[in-house]
Design a protein around this ligand. Structure first.
Ligand code: ACM
Length: 532
C-alpha cells in the first residue's frame, strides 16, 4: 500500500469506525472487513516463556472483568486463537503489530515488551462493559512508543499504601503502557523501606504522631501513623512490576527532606541537640532543619543505605532526590563550614553537589545510574546523571543543553495532586491542573536543537500524597489525568484533543469496569453528558 493510500485508509478507519477508542492512540489503526467473535474455547498461544506474563495479564483481565477464563497453550492453531509472538527484532523496543481477523488475533512484538503493549491494545478493543460478548471488529494496528521513559511516581511517605494497592497502581500503569514506577520511599514524614543495615530507620523512623485535617497549615489531630515495606515485600512489588514490563525506581531523598532520618539519628543533624521527630507537616527551607550534616558518619550511612538499595532493586536506576535542600543550616553550622574549608568546597551549593557526587559514586560503583530532581544541577553534575525536571521547564532545557538525559515532570503540567478544576470540592495541593493541560504539555521544548531534544528521555506524572490519605483519593487524582499523560508520552502521531475527548467516553466506562474511582470534572469542563 502506498503511504497516501495508507493515510486515507487510516483516516477512513477513524471516520467510519468511531468504536476504536484506544488510549494511548497507536501510530496507525487500519480498519478491516469482518470480525472475530471470541468464545470460551478461544485459545491464547504463547510462543515463548518471555511472553507468558503478557498471556497471564490477558487471561486475568478477561476473567476478572468480562468473565471469560481462557486457556493458554504453547502451540498455536489456525483458528479461534490469540497468538502472542516475540519477533526478537532490533526494531524499536515496545513496538508491535496487532491484527484482528475472522480467524483470530495475531500480536507480534519487536520484543517481549512489544507483545505486552499489543495485549494492552487488544484489551482496549474488548467490550468496556461486563455482560457484552467480546466480538471484535477486524483491524490492523501498527504501533511503537514516542518516548522510552513513561513514568508514574507515588509518594508513599506522606501516606502509606499497602502492597496490594501498589500492585493495583502498577496494573493501572500497565493498562496505559507506562513503564517506570518512581517509588518515593523516604522524606521528612517517614522512612518506609526496610534497611537491614539500619533497622531503626523503619522501626522508629516510619512513625509519626499526627495527621493534618484540612489544608496546610491546617489543624493536626493526634494519630499515630506508620507503615513500611519489608525487603520481601519490595521484591514482590519488583517482580509484579517486571511481569508488566515496568521498572521500579526507588528514591531515597537526600541531603534535605531527611527529618525522618534525623529523628532516628539526631547526631546526623547540624543541630544535634535539638529534639527531632518525624514531621507532621510539610514545608521546607526555614521551617525545620531537615538536612544532613557533612560528617564521616553521615557519608558512611549514605554509602551503606544506597549500596543496599542498589542490591535490593535490580533496575538500572536509583533516585537520590536532591530537591529543596535549604542551605541555611549548613551556613549556620560550624562543622559544615569547617568541612567545606577542609575540602575546598566553595559554597553551600557546591556542598549539595558534593553529597550528590558522593552518592553517584556509590551508585555507579554498583553499575547503576543516578537520577535526581533538577536541583542536582546546582554546583554541577556528571553527564551520566539523569535530571528529573519538576520545576519550570528551563531547568530541563538547561540539563539537556549540558548533555544530561531529562525526564519531563514539570509540576505545572504533571503533578496530579493539584486539583483538576477550581470548582472541585476535594482539597488538593496549590494550583490547578486541568486534563487538557496535561495532554498539551510540550515535552520537547522548542529551544532545543535536534541533538539536545534527543536527550528528552520521556515524561512522568507525580502523585504527592500530603492530601491523599486513601486509595479512593489516589484514583480520584490520577484518573483521568494518567490517560492524558499516557497519550502524550506514547503517541507518535494522530494525537488530537478532539479525538481524545471522544475516546474518553469508552475510557470512563473502562474505569468503571476496573472499579476505579475518578474525577468527573471532565464532563463539566468539556460539557459532555455523563452516560451511565
Ligand atoms: C518536589 O516536588 N519537591 C520534587
Amino acid at each position: 500500500m502506498t503511504a497516501l493510500a495508507m493515510m486515507c485508509a487510516t483516516a477512513h478507519a477513524q471516520e467510519s469506525t468511531p468504536s476504536f477508542s484506544i488510549i494511548p492512540e497507536p501510530a496507525e489503526v487500519i480498519a478491516a472487513e469482518g470480525q472475530f467473535a471470541m468464545t470460551r474455547e478461544t485459545l491464547i498461544a504463547v510462543s515463548g516463556k518471555e511472553v507468558q506474563s503478557s498471556a497471564d495479564f490477558l487471561v486475568d483481565y478477561l476473567e476478572r472483568y468480562l468473565g471469560y477464563p481462557l486457556k493458554t497453550e504453547k502451540k498455536t492453531r489456525s483458528s479461534n486463537c490469540i497468538s502472542l509472538v516475540n519477533k526478537k527484532s532490533d526494531e524499536i523496543s515496545g513496538g508491535y503489530t496487532l491484527e484482528v481477523s475472522a480467524n483470530g488475533i495475531l500480536i507480534e512484538g519487536n520484543d517481549a515488551a512489544g507483545v505486552f503493549y499489543g495485549v494492552q491494545t487488544l484489551i482496549q478493543l474488548l467490550p468496556t462493559r461486563a455482560g457484552v460478548l467480546p466480538v471484535l471488529q477486524a483491524v490492523k494496528v501498527h504501533d511503537y512508543p514516542r518516548f522510552a521513559y513513561r513514568g508514574m511516581h507515588l509518594d508513599v511517605v506522606r501516606h502509606y499504601f499497602p502492597v496490594s494497592y501498589i500492585k493495583k497502581y502498577l496494573d493501572y500503569m500497565a493498562l496505559h503502557k507506562l513503564n517506570y514506577f518512581h517509588w518515593h520511599l523516604t522524606d521528612d514524614q517517614a522512612w518506609r523501606i526496610e534497611m537491614k543495615s539500619h533497622p531503626r530507620l523503619t522501626e522508629f523512623g516510619s512513625n509519626r504522631e499526627g495527621e493534618i485535617e484540612g489544608l496546610y497549615p491546617g489543624v493536626y489531630k493526634e494519630l499515630p501513623y506508620g507503615g513500611y515495606y519489608t525487603q520481601e515485600e519490595a521484591k514482590e512489588i519488583i517482580k509484579y512490576a517486571a511481569d508488566r514490563h515496568i521498572t521500579v525506581i526507588p528514591e531515597i531523598d537526600i541531603p534535605g527532606h531527611c527529618m525522618a532520618v534525623l529523628a532516628t539519628y539526631p547526631h546526623f543533624s547540624t543541630t544535634p541537640d535539638e529534639p527531632k521527630k518525624a514531621a507532621l507537616t510539610w514545608g521546607i527551607y526555614n521551617k525545620f532543619n531537615n538536612v544532613l550534616a557533612p560528617t564521616p558518619e553521615v557519608f558512611r550511612f549514605l554509602k551503606e543505605v544506597f549500596s543496599e538499595l542498589c542490591d535490593l532493586f535490580p533496575g538500572q536506576y536509583v533516585h537520590v532526590g536532591g530537591d529543596e535542600c535549604a542551605k541555611r543550616w549548613w551556613q549556620e553550622s560550624e562543622q559544615a563550614q569547617r568541612f567545606m574549608k577542609e575540602k575546598g568546597i566553595k559554597d553551600e551549593r557546591a556542598l549539595q553537589s558534593y553529597f550528590i557526587h558522593y552518592v553517584q559514586d556509590v551508585v555507579n560503583s554498583k553499575g547503576k545510574t543516578l537520577i535526581g530532581w533538577d536541583e542536582i544541577l546546582e554546583g554541577g553534575i556528571d553527564k551520566n546523571c539523569i535530571v528529573m525536571n519538576w520545576r519550570r521547564v528551563n531547568h530541563g532545557v538547561n540539563a539537556a543543553k549540558k548533555g544530561n538525559r531529562v525526564i519531563m515532570t514539570s509540576s505545572a503540567y504533571s503533578y496530579f495532586n493539584k486539583v483538576e478544576s477550581r470548582s472541585q470540592a476535594e482539597i488538593g495541593a496549590g494550583g490547578v491542573l486541568p486534563l487538557r493541560k496535561v495532554y498539551d504539555f510540550q515535552l520537547v521544548p522548542e529551544e532545543l536543537t535536534e541533538e539536545e531534544a534527543a536527550r528528552i528521555w520521556g515524561a512522568q506524572g507525580c502523585l504527592w500524597t500530603e492530601y491523599i490519605p486513601t486509595t479512593w483519593k489516589v484514583e480520584f487524582c490520577i484518573f483521568p489525568r494518567m490517560s492524558a499523560l499516557a497519550e502524550n508520552a506514547w503517541s507518535t502521531n494522530g494525537k488530537s484533543w478532539e479525538n481524545f475527548v471522544r475516546k474518553m467516553e469508552a475510557q470512563f466506562a473502562r474505569y468503571d469496569l476496573w472499579g476505579a474511582r475518578y474525577s468527573e470534572t471532565f464532563f463539566r469542563v468539556n460539557d459532555v453528558p455523563r452516560k451511565r
